[in-house]
Design a protein around this ligand. Structure first.
Ligand code: HEC
Ligand code: HEC
Length: 235
């Protein structure tokens, strides 16, 4: 009799041990926290690494609107991968790839690039867009482009107007922003700021690649060059 009870208790204990995995509240394998390099969700990667500067959902951040469909249509995968991997030297855009000192694997950078394209690129690249990178502008010609295409919103000298109150010739702003970032803004616009793209200065009079280069050169010429204690940029 006693032996039977012990036997039954042992069987019960075994049943409990075996059933443990199914107990309510026990974390499942899939609930265990992932190590940083195992994260494969675009949303988690973007909100953890990018949203602080580029805005939640890629909009309304201090840095460029990555969710802008015109930008996503004009940029290519290789350029995006390069920027995210290596960062942009001399700007606040940090490198993310392990080999450049960042914390993301190449696979994670691939997930970010792929996710941005799938979510935010709408349709094919519009024809005749000026390039997103480059140089070769002339500041004197740029002053004329500025007067016609930008001054209506930014004021005659770029210091602002009721339509666009911030100064775009502010020395600290120009010190922090690269020529290519200015160019991207002019070419692809920013829907979150209500900023036109190259087709809208004013609407119906698109800027040519040369005009974009010239107005970028006009802004770059206003960048302070020899600020004591600061690093030299775009010398
Ligand atoms: C600390 C702030 C910061 C973080 C974090 C950050 N960025 Fe940036 N990013 C910037 C700035 C500032 C620029 C513009 C740099 C310049 O002046 O050229 C930029 C530029 C870019 C550009 C180029 C846009 C253009 O003008 O062509 C891409 C693409 C980009 N970032 C993607 C990302 C992605 C993806 C992440 C997350 C993995 C990320 N960034 C995280 C600040 C940041
Ligand atoms: C239809 C009005 C409009 C026109 C035209 C316009 N902008 Fe803007 N721009 C804005 C607004 C609005 C902002 C954001 C508000 C602010 O900061 O004042 C802005 C912001 C900017 C910024 C700062 C972006 C940032 O990241 O903070 C730059 C640089 C700029 N514009 C350059 C230009 C240049 C160069 C031209 C001409 C080729 C131009 N804009 C034409 C409305 C305009």
């Amino acid at each position: 009799m006693r032996m039977r009870r012990i036997g039954a208790a042992a069987v019960l204990a075994l049943v409990f041990v075996a059933a443990c995995d199914g107990l309510p509240g026990k974390p499942k394998e899939s609930d265990r926290p992932l190590s940083p390099w195992q994260v494969k969700s675009f949303t988690v990667l973007f909100s953890g690494n990018c949203a602080g500067c580029h805005g939640a959902g890629g909009r309304f951040g201090a840095a460029y609107e990555l969710a802008n469909p015109t930008f996503q249509a004009l940029v290519d995968d290789a350029a995006l991968t390069g920027i995210v991997s290596q960062g942009m030297a001399g700007t606040a855009m940090p490198p993310f790839a392990h080999k450049y000192g960042g914390f993301l694997t190449d696979a994670q950078i691939g997930i970010l690039v792929d996710g941005m394209r799938r979510r935010w690129r709408v349709g094919a690249a519009p024809p005749n867009a000026p390039p997103l990178a480059g140089g070769g502008g002339d500041p004197a010609r740029g002053a004329q482009v500025f007067a016609r295409s930008c001054a209506p919103c930014h004021g005659a000298d770029g210091e602002g107007s009721p339509k666009a109150p911030g100064s775009i010739v502010d020395p600290s702003y120009l010190t922090l922003v690269s020529d290519d970032a200015i160019r991207t803004l002019i070419v692809a616009g920013r829907t979150d700021l209500g900023h036109p793209d190259w087709r809208g200065y004013p609407p119906g009079q698109p800027l040519s690649a040369q005009q974009v280069a010239d107005v970028v050169a006009w802004m770059a010429a206003k960048r302070p060059r020899f600020v004591p204690g600061s690093y030299a940029r775009n010398p």
